[in-house]
Write a protein that binds this ligand. Structure first.
Ligand SMILES: CC(=O)CC(=O)O
Length: 653
């Protein structure tokens, strides 16, 4: 255990001198004729003169394309601002910048399918797909969709689509048919890629029936392209309307020089979907320039990804971390793609993979780290992780105790970076930095170029106090719009309703004395017993220390003109929520947080509802316990779990 005012890790002088951030700082100092002695001075300069910062970043990262002579226009209006209005570039051209025989990607479908692709092989596959798309008359702005596992063909199809200015949109094949139709039904793709099935937890998963429904339910789709994964693509394609195998789709095309259509900075690249538990998912459009620049910044200046690094993030292609991961190609990294259960092989699979490919950056979720903790896996003892330099965590706040565990059980000399942002910005507001110390429970810094502040209820910036996470100045990876939102009203409502001309992200957080950040949960899930605002993560942090508790969810219940805190726990098999365990949980919360945090009710449930990306859905549970409808169940991995919260007798008194 480390005192809160002592870093739990810091980079060695040798490492510090070799980081991208150090090199970038030298460049900025020369160009600005000014010293930036620490991160804070560089960050302030980056938000005070964003046009200089983003332009220097463009040069430092060697973005391929025409930058034009203007870096930022109308910078005072969050929504009116335009980054690089004269630029012409292409995201795929920047990702496919290498042509050599080293590895561009490796892939494990658990331990069942293992493949490697060189940069040449990747470029050849993209070329054949690109030619097939052009032959099919796919034009700029047309949508191409993937209902795909996280495998090499998914990346190649996305690159082929974006190389010609088409827009890529994806979700993973564990989405139900309604979930896929809710999403692709709004964005109307012309082509749809799918696998002939996939592996999960050692078993083959058949998706033929789902694909029949999806293909028939999407009139916009002209062709379904079946990618072989389980070696039964031919038979599969015969059963699905409009389907051809990938081999037939690219059949007659021979790989040749790639074509890249350079487009404007804001030309649509991706459509991502909000998890949408309170209505149809929002279709959030991100552009070529903003996505590329922001990811180059995060990969190089924060995550310190260098050419040749093996970059891994556990994500399906229904989560924005997939888009984030894939952009790693633009920094010359080798992508480590993984599909399947991260707990396959008793939780060893990802560490076997990390060791086999000498992983440099290992990205995952806080929930996965908790899961490893609970099964007491010890990667440090069992695997050679000598090349590992960083572990990233997101999805929900990484609690202080999990920082200790990562350093004890994974590796002591790593940059553990808890990162936070999301689908809305396809990137992060606050994250890690290989040049900065790590303090337990804190995100290390605000992103360069991101004018992030924490505001109190009066709309004043505060430090050392909890409040709303806001961003007061424009940044390049703001959505270029929402699909089907012609007057921009949905977009305005999503981020600018609370404060005029200031992005309000909906996270409840605190800036610390180290200029780091603690996220306490979503602001709309904040608990308010007796008028005291409590972030849900403050309670999870305490509850997660109990071995008997596998998972938990906490919500506020309206009760006698006030709100009371209700904690639901999912217990390990064989454990019981008896008086002793209840008292121990209450005690831990009282001593570790405060008496105000202690739940009025603790209730055992058999399951906790989650989105397909693994996020617990506090608002949906809150609706259910108040007898209100949950409008979109298709975002949930286990919607049936919501039934466990209906009309609970424990909540009637
Ligand atoms: C970067 C993130 O914030 C990812 C997420 O939790 O959705």
């Amino acid at each position: 255990m480390h005192a809160a005012d002592h870093p739990i890790w810091q980079p060695s002088p040798a490492r510090l001198s070799a980081t991208h951030l150090t090199a970038f700082t030298r460049l900025a100092e020369t160009l600005d004729n000014q010293r930036y002695p620490d991160y804070s001075s560089l960050w302030h300069a980056s938000i005070e003169r964003p046009e200089r910062f983003w332009s220097q970043l463009w040069d430092y990262a060697g973005v391929i394309g025409d930058k034009g002579s203007v870096a930022l226009e109308d910078k005072d209006g969050m929504r009116a601002a335009r980054f690089f209005p004269q630029a012409a570039l292409n995201y795929a051209e920047n990702l496919l910048r290498r042509r050599d025989d080293t590895l561009a990607m490796v892939f494990w479908g658990e331990d069942k399918v293992k493949r490697e692709l060189t940069w040449w092989e990747l470029s050849d596959l993209v070329s054949r797909l690109q030619q097939a798309m052009l032959a099919h008359d796919i034009a700029e702005g047309d949508r191409v969709a993937g209902y795909m596992p996280n495998m090499p063909e998914t990346v190649a199809a996305m690159l082929a689509a974006s190389s010609i200015g088409a827009v890529w949109t994806s979700c993973s094949p564990d989405f139900g048919t309604d979930g896929a139709l809710d999403r692709f039904g709004q964005t109307a793709p012309r082509l749809l890629f799918c696998p002939d099935g996939y592996w999960y937890n050692g078993k083959q998963v058949d998706i033929a029936e789902k694909m029949q429904i999806i293909s028939s339910g999407l009139p916009s789709v002209e062709k379904v392209i079946v990618v072989p994964y389980l070696e039964r693509a031919d038979a599969f394609a015969e059963t699905v309307p409009k389907a051809v195998t990938l081999e037939r789709f690219v059949g007659s095309f021979v790989a040749s020089e790639l074509l890249f259509r350079r487009v404007g900075f804001n030309h649509p690249l991706f459509i991502l979907y909000s998890s949408g538990t309170t209505g149809k998912p929002k279709c959030i459009v991100h552009g070529h320039g903003g996505t590329l620049l922001q990811h180059l910044k995060e990969h190089q200046l924060h995550a310190d990804v260098h050419a040749g690094d093996r970059l891994f993030y556990f994500s399906t292609c229904g989560w924005m971390m997939w888009n984030w991961l894939v952009s790693g190609l633009a920094s010359g990294a080798t992508l480590m793609l993984f599909d399947g259960s991260p707990f396959a092989k008793g939780g060893h699979i990802l560490w076997q993979y990390a060791e086999a490919y000498r992983c440099a950056q290992f990205g995952t979720s806080a929930k996965y780290i908790d899961g490893l903790k609970k099964i007491d896996l010890q990667p440090k003892r069992d695997y050679d992780l000598s090349c590992l330099r960083a572990v990233f965590s997101t999805g929900s706040p990484l609690v202080a105790e999990s920082f200790d565990w990562v350093y004890d059980a994974i590796k002591d000399d790593i940059n553990l970076a808890s990162i936070s942002g999301g689908t809305d910005i396809v990137s992060c507001f606050a994250l890690g930095c290989a040049s900065l110390p790590v303090y337990r429970g804190e995100l290390q810094c605000r992103g360069l170029g991101m004018a992030v502040e924490i505001w109190n209820d009066a709309g004043q910036p505060v430090v050392g106090e909890k409040g709303e996470l806001v961003c007061t100045k424009p940044f390049p990876s703001m959505p270029v719009g929402f699909w089907g939102d012609a007057d921009g009203e949905k977009y305005r409502k999503a981020y600018f309703e609370r404060f005029d001309n200031v992005w309000c992200h909906g996270d409840y957080a605190e800036l610390t004395e180290h200029d780091g950040m603690i996220i306490y949960g979503r602001s709309d899930a904040v608990l308010n017993p007796g008028g005291v605002r409590i972030g849900t993560a403050e309670i999870y942090r305490q509850v997660e220390t109990f071995d008997a508790v596998l998972d938990s969810i906490v919500v506020g219940q309206r009760w006698q003109d006030d709100e009371r805190v209700v904690l639901f726990v999912k217990l390990r098999d064989g454990c019981e929520l008896d008086q002793t365990l209840q008292a121990a949980i209450r005690d831990k919360i009282k001593n570790g947080a405060s008496p105000r945090h202690v739940p009025a009710k603790i209730i055992a449930v058999a399951d906790i509802p989650k989105t397909i990306s693994g996020k617990i859905v506090e608002l949906a549970v809150k609706n259910v316990i108040h007898g209100l409808p949950v409008t979109n169940l298709t975002a949930l991995a286990n919607p049936e779990a919501l039934q466990l919260f209906v009309d609970l007798p424990e909540l009637q008194d």
